[in-house]
Design a protein. Sequence first.
Lengths: 441, 165
Amino acid sequence: MHDPTDPFDAENFDINLSEISKIEGAASLEIKVRNKKIEYLKFSISEWKRFYTQAIQGKPAVAVPQLVARICGTCSNAHLLCSLKAIENAFSVMPSNQTKQLRKLLYFGLLIRDHGLHLYIFALPDIYGKNSILDFDEKDPTQKQLLEDTFEVKEVGNQLSIIVGGRSVHAPNPTLGGFFKYPLLEDLKNLIPRLIGIRSKILTLIEIFAKAPFEMKPIIQPIFSGLTSDDFSFLTGLIKNSAGKAISENEFQSYLDAVIIPYSHARGFKLNGGLMMVGAMSRLNLSKDALHPKTKSELSNYLEFFPSNNIFHNNLAQAIEILHAIDSSIDIIENLNQINNEKLPKIAPRESTGVGVIEAPRGTLYHKYNIDAQGLIKKAEIIVPTGQNQVLMERGIYEQTDKLLSEGAGREIIIQEAEKLIRAFDPCMSCASHFLKVTWK
Amino acid sequence: MIKMGDKNGKLRIGWFSFTCCEDSTIIFTELLNTRWKNWKNQLEFVHAKVLKKSPDAIPEMDIAFVEGAITGDGQEQKLKNIRQKAKYLVAIGSCAVIGSPSNQRNFFNRSQLEEISPILARFKYKEKVLKLSDVVKVDEVVPGCPMNEQIFLQIMDKYLNTLTR
């Protein structure tokens, strides 16, 4: 008999990670290895559901964006913006140009803060062989600088969201057709020097992730999918994928295949029956030419990495997106001459269906609401990025583990590499687990 | 006041998340942007999954900051364990303090409950979602969705001041 708890047995062991660290929310990983072969491997999202799509049934559609923002702390403003877009589409509300520009700024603040959290706090310690960014050696000038950069970059993104949205998490100011309270132009203008100040820090970060010696290429290349636009805005565009398909937002229902994963609290998705991936790397694979001109001209060498099928290039892609968010934000703020206290439009509830699609930091986010004549929610469906990546994530861990076993790696290495790979996907379990499949017919 | 701090004079802190959106975790990590320089010599994170790989066994600590509501039996046991290991337990954010919005299924009507019942059964959910004080003694609360930063900082300062006495 083999003892799977024997730490010196490199051929037979069990891995049971109940809580993977340095990711958003709770996920677990079980691997059973016998005679250096994987007997089974289960990656599951272990967050307990909060049933948001059921909870908003019967609620006024106009109140829904603030309710569904609570699906996720870190992606909160992405859910808010996606939900606003869906309800506005349902009620034919056209946001003004000023509102569109301010929403972009709110989003870029989120992107800088959220990618910053992932890259500095979650992923960077793996490159430096540390448990935590807080363990970085302050006597080492490089590590000391990176620790300072961590806080300064995140803080600038945080402040941009606070100025525009009133708070960086569950922003209270954005609403249907505009803002309850508009930001002060002076506050935005004052942020420009700080945005310029973090550019060089992000260039350093890009270089670090470009040089990181991590690689995992799935045996079967996934289809990369995302919402693409001419200005890489994350908020508008066509849904495109690397298999050559392009659809409008309203057609998303027939686009994805839901996959029930019995041991996971969340459902996964496939595309054309095969593996799919969304997120920063997919976006750069599909539309790097749409990045801000300044970002593109400065990063021509690093943009050559894309299209890529190395999952770890998702980190590099996120770092590049931060630079794009900085350059785009500076442009928008410089071109703002005044901010008007625009009146909010009157909303006339009617029986309708509204779809909103945006690129959340981790990938394509879909909200769909079926609304009755009184303006109350009848049904809702929300599809989040991590659900779309879940099948590929498990497949990737399997292939990587299989390769490591063939190279003679033991339990600890396999755990360490699996956690690194999971982090590269930047999953958000808080988002992933709170919905049930909806039957629309 | 119970004696606080480790041998290096640092408060031993744990940060735990149960069922919630982890918005207060984000607020907390953003507070580090401007506070870490002051806190680094005063705080020791003994368990904080968002910041570091943390031990499976819950360690002894001065303060456990706990966000989220209790949805499953395993969570209830873990919370009781945290309570035993912590000198003080602070409930962080609305879900921990009053249960909402994570407890919204407690108020579902019959048809909503029928829709979710297969999931509740398959993953052995508790019949009702609980706030922390339904399960353990809570010493302090930081309300808000996300948590109120000022109240959190006041509580943190109060405990940090115990170190200098």
